[in-house]
Design a protein around this ligand. Structure first.
Ligand code: ATP
Ligand code: MG
Length: 313
């Protein structure tokens, strides 16, 4: 574990003099192998005022995630089967279960990428089934998503990838770092600083290691100023050291920002030491929902015994 790349506190944008000074240095002096014109400290077409004025439209709610009797069928497959779940603000929850048990399907219900066959999903205080396309877009802009495959745009710089996390707060399309307001660039650099990658701001994203890529994806999610962070197997493609790095970073950011996190994982030991609470699915049903401290390994491993082939899935 490299302590140097995981700061004790993820800074709030613009509040840390040290971080801000560092960010200005990078913006003013940074010269990477690509996009030299992109690093001009001149403000882009939109002003900083416009950028900050459109932020944080979603109310902070006491229970950011609420699923009531949620069932999702795909033909004969019951991916979620009468799931009830409430996650309170600031909780860090690991979602466990065999492959095919419904973890990704549950995360997709919460961010409105998929709709339940029956039941109700209330995310950040909003009933997801009542939202139109614009409402869904607004909701998703308040939810940071982190995926196994990072989903960075390889040909863009690290900085521009992070900047895309703030697009919902800007009017109109952006192309090139120069086209973002200075306030956005400084904020993005703050987050890169927080994940230990400010010195890579002008590097192409497709030249990063897996662990670095996932840290950039976390910075991009933070750029959304999310009220909720959903992660779907964020460390499944990482080596053990990067895994520990990324999970520690997620935990610290959650604590420092009071963020609610729901994260699917396959590593039981990691989940037990990382989460406040463990929720396990089995054939689409919640079969375990306990404080991590109250569980031992055997109790958690019981979730992973093979599902009989004739059972409904
Ligand atoms: N779009 C879909 N069409 C048909 N079946 C689907 C669809 N999405 C999910 N399923 C099925 O629903 C079940 C739950 O899938 P899901 O992806 O949620 O599992 P998971 O717990 O995330 O698995 P893994 O750990 O492998 O990622 C599986 O049987 C899967 O095949
Ligand atoms: Mg999955």
């Amino acid at each position: 574990m490299d302590d140097a790349v995981v700061p004790a506190a993820a800074p709030t944008p613009g509040t840390s003099g040290v971080v801000r000074a560092g960010a200005v240095d990078v913006l003013a002096g940074g010269r990477g192998p690509i996009g030299e014109s992109d690093v001009s400290p001149a403000a882009g077409p939109a002003s900083a005022v416009e950028f900050t004025a459109r932020a944080d439209q979603t109310e902070i709610v006491a229970t950011p995630v609420e699923l009531r009797a949620v069932t999702r069928r795909f033909g004969d497959t019951v991916a979620l089967d009468g799931v009830d779940l409430t996650v309170t603000k600031g909780e860090v929850v690991a979602l466990l279960g065999l492959s095919g048990s419904g973890k990704s399907t549950m995360l997709r219900q919460i961010n409105g990428l998929d709709q339940p066959t029956s039941g109700k999903v209330i995310t950040l205080g909003q009933s997801v089934d009542g939202l139109n396309q614009a409402g869904l877009r607004r909701l998703r802009s308040s939810i940071g998503m982190i995926f196994q495959q990072f989903e960075l745009v390889g040909m863009l710089t690290v900085l521009e990838n992070v900047l895309t996390g703030g697009l919902a707060r800007l009017r109109g399309p952006r192309l090139g770092t120069w086209s973002y307001p200075q306030a956005a660039k400084l904020e993005a650099l703050d987050y890169l600083w927080a994940v230990g990658l400010a010195d890579r701001a002008f590097q192409r994203a497709d030249t990063l290691s897996g662990g670095q890529s996932q840290r950039v994806a976390i910075a991009r999610a933070l750029m959304q100023r999310p009220s909720l962070l959903l992660a779907d197997e964020p460390v499944a493609s990482l080596d053990p050291e990067s895994t520990a790095d990324v999970m520690l970073l997620l935990r610290q950011i959650a604590r420092d920002k009071g963020l609610t996190v729901l994260c699917s994982l396959h590593q039981v030991d990691l989940a037990m030491g990382w989460a406040d609470r463990l929720v396990a699915l089995r054939s689409g049903r919640v079969v375990l929902d306990e404080s991590a401290a109250a569980l031992n390994r055997e109790q958690v491993m019981a979730v992973y015994r093979p599902v009989p082939s004739n059972s409904a899935k």
